[in-house]
Design a protein around this ligand. Structure first.
Ligand code: AMP
Length: 225
């Protein structure tokens, strides 16, 4: 079962991809997570990618394709995988097709999580990420009384510290949405032509979105692999 999760930043595709990973035991490959790890480890790639990521623009197709090619060749990807945040451009979709042809494989399904832009801005500007366990918290989880969400604080899950990602500031969010419309929408069309895209309403509560995703996967691929 080879899946790609499509949708604007903040649509909840990462959360949903993680839940599918838990259910089906497939590797969850997030290019954003891989790039952030490179930045944290201050590798050469991380140093190159950092400013681009902070501005909300996209890292070059060559870099990201090479990263994904290496990852998909690892042994845990043999029974399937979940790609999250990739492909992000038409060139990446074409590059992925080339990589998969070499592996005698293909994308089975694209899951598109649909959310309106204003909801994305609202969600992302209040979301926080834990430095320790990587968990992502919504503003409502951290400030249930509806008050302002602190930029930094103690992670309720692991006791580490949560922070606001540089690219989760409003100005950058709007740039990421613009980039999504301009460069990533064509990826949806790329897979729609092959009739490989299912659309899910991402404005529903997170558990309802998961139910919808898992029900589609059950219908198409059976209970578990
Ligand atoms: P994400 O966590 O998926 O929102 O990604 C955060 C940032 O990493 C993006 O805004 C891009 O700068 C970069 N990035 C992640 N995935 C890709 C990709 N497939 N192609 C280019 N840049 C990417």
């Amino acid at each position: 079962m080879n899946l790609i999760f499509l949708g604007a930043p903040g649509s909840g595709k990462g959360t949903q991809a993680a839940r599918v990973k838990d259910r089906y035991g497939l590797p969850h490959i997030s290019t954003g997570d891989i790039l952030r790890a490179e930045v944290t480890q201050q590798t050469e790639l991380g140093r190159e990618a950092r400013a681009i990521m902070e501005s909300g623009r996209l890292v070059s197709d060559e870099i990201v394709l090479a990263m994904v090619k290496r990852r998909l060749a690892q042994s845990d990807c043999g029974a399937g995988w979940i790609l999250d945040g990739f492909p992000r451009t038409r060139a990446q979709a074409e590059g992925l097709r080339g990589i998969l042809t070499e592996l005698d494989s293909d994308v089975d399904l694209g899951v598109l999580i649909q959310v309106e832009p204003e909801e994305v801005v609202r969600r992302l500007s209040s979301r926080r990420t834990c430095r320790g366990c990587g968990k992502i918290f919504s503003g409502a989880e951290l400030a249930p009384d509806g008050g302002p969400v602190p930029a930094e604080g103690v992670c309720p899950a692991c006791g580490g510290s949560y922070y606001q990602r540089d690219d989760d500031r409003e100005e950058t969010i709007r740039e990421r949405l613009r980039v999504y419309e301009e460069q990533t929408r064509p990826v949806v069309d790329f897979y729609s032509v092959e009739d490989k895209v299912v659309e899910i309403d991402g404005a529903q509560p997170v558990d309802a979105v998961s139910d919808a995703v898992l029900s589609i996967l059950r219908d198409r691929f059976g209970e578990r692999e």
